[in-house]
Design a protein around this ligand. Structure first.
Ligand code: SF4
Length: 215
């Protein structure tokens, strides 16, 4: 298959997914860039639903970067306990608050380099924050769902999220980056589960090389 044929196929798939899922998600809830960064950091190894339960309370108390910088480690651990990996996450949130206060005047930076200076923020998280909070498509975010589905769909054979992000980024226009991430997550949760994908109900079955082949 030529690159052009592949581009046509992946874009057709995204078109179908957009039609199949009028609503995507659920994703982490936020109302400002700081909340998005915190929610996305907490969502590592945790469901977005669980994060949202925790952040509904957390965001009432922690309203600024300084609030996180000044947070007590033990108290914050208790507050985010149910999201898992709470010690590390609490440490990272406090560190993030400090870096935001000391280097960015308390504001979430609008650049990839700036975001990557925050403890616990990966490329994936940074791409999501840039796209959602600032409308900047710097890269295609590859999370566990994207990393699992893209090979099944024949979109990528990359062995690392970073490489896959580059490969998928070449197949889609930048304006589609966020949708690719969100629709694959939604499709992965709804139909294309890890062990028993419902290929019989899948809108991509006729263009998916794995259709009916996953036992
Ligand atoms: S056809 Fe099956 S394996 Fe392919 S995307 Fe759909 S559910 Fe997943």
């Amino acid at each position: 298959m030529t690159l052009e044929e592949k581009k046509k196929r992946v874009r057709e798939a995204l078109k179908r997914l957009r039609k199949a899922y009028p609503v995507t998600g659920p994703f982490v809830e936020w109302s400002n860039p700081l909340e998005l960064v915190v929610g996305t950091a907490l969502s590592a190894q945790c469901t977005d639903e669980r994060v949202n339960i925790v952040t509904r309370e957390l965001f009432k108390k922690y309203r600024s970067a300084k609030d996180y910088a000044d947070a007590d480690q033990g108290v914050l651990e208790k507050e985010i306990y149910s999201t898992g990996f709470y010690r590390n996450k609490a440490k990272n949130l406090r560190g993030m608050g400090r870096v935001l206060v000391e280097e960015f005047g308390g504001k979430v930076p609008e650049t990839l380099d700036g975001l990557l200076k925050l403890p616990g923020i990966s490329n994936k998280t940074a791409y999501i924050v840039l796209a959602k909070a600032f409308g900047k498509m710097e890269g295609l975010a590859v999370d566990t769902h994207v990393f699992r589905l893209a090979p099944r769909l024949g979109w990528s054979t990359a062995k690392t999220p970073e490489r896959m992000s580059r490969e998928l980024g070449e197949l889609f226009p930048k304006g589609d980056y966020l949708d690719v991430n969100e629709y694959l997550i939604t499709h992965g949760r709804a139909v294309c589960s890890p062990r028993s994908p419902k290929c019989g109900e899948c809108v991509l079955a006729d263009i998916c090389p794995s259709a009916g082949k996953i036992l």
